[in-house]
Ligand binder design. Sequence first.
Ligand code: NAD
Length: 324
Amino acid sequence: MSKAVLVTGAAGFIGAAVSKHLLAEGCRVFGVDNLNDYYDIRLKLHRLDELRGQEGFTFDALDIADADAVKRYFEKRKVDVVYHLAARAGVRYSIDHPYVYQTANVIGTLNVLEGMRYHGPRKGVLASSSSLYAGHDAPFEEKMVVDFPVSPYAASKKSMEVLAHSYHCLHDLDLSILRYFTVYGPAGRPDMSPYRFTKWIAEGTPIQIYGDGTQSRDFTFIADVVSGTVAAQKPLGYEIINIGGGTRPTSLLEMIAILEEHLGKKASLEFLPECTGDVKHTGSSIAKAKNLLDWEPQTAIRQGLEATVAWYQANAAWLRHLPV
Ligand SMILES: NC(=O)c1ccc[n+]([C@@H]2O[C@H](COP(=O)([O-])OP(=O)(O)OC[C@H]3O[C@@H](n4cnc5c(N)ncnc54)[C@H](O)[C@@H]3O)[C@@H](O)[C@H]2O)c1
């Protein structure tokens, strides 16, 4: 029988891409998501539609913060590996909505770990975030002390990392924690700059930039994130691993210049005050991922943005109506 995997957050940007990859590898994929409206649900349904067309995919609406529902889910669906990617994401939104970050990211993770503890799968790949490194100088290494998060989002990710550690020690779960760095690509998140800037340039809307645009990100293309995530399902014990671009980080202004080229249009820029809690520069050390997973990203920013723009243009007719 083919391997059965659970993907939480399967309608999300990374969850849908990971699910698609695992289906192509011949896995049976059980996807769950609560389809919340943090961003326009039509994008989540669009990703799900693609998955539903494929053999081996089963979707259940599930709120991972609901302990009883998660317990019943694990009783019903027997899986070998869990990719726990569901979460409330985004630093800015977490500042004004801290409670949902605790319930989805911390209680939600606790429920998933309890499900694993009592109902079978020993292996889990869990999504954490580079936002934990706020206050450190890049390149960020996993051994840096990140005990002082500066946003409710980062605090929730730190909490789930340490909770996972206790489940590894107490219940012998094998858990790979991946700290993702600004993931972008086709069907990406509309609250993130690659998507927003593409849309705004394409539609002639001024681009809103928080700060002066020199802030840089270690952008990581979705296909690379997928390969790193899937590689992390090997037995590792308990490891925290950066999954980042690993090259020279790209500033927002540089990204805009590349998008202008791909779209064949000039952007107009509107600068807003810097946002509290945001990291100024991110840059990952990927030595550990290379060493443990034999993984490194393959996609240059220019190439990744070209694919992002191509996807946007192919879907522009309906994406035009999605607010960001
Ligand atoms: N995209 C990035 O750049 C990035 C960077 C660092 C970390 N991450 C982490 O990677 C994971 C995936 O992120 P993404 O970019 O795909 O975000 P996303 O918002 O597109 O996907 C997350 C999915 O989880 C679902 N979800 C949220 N709360 C839920 C709940 N209580 N029950 C069930 N489903 C729920 C959402 O509906 C969404 O579809 C998240 O854990 C995120 O924190 C992402």
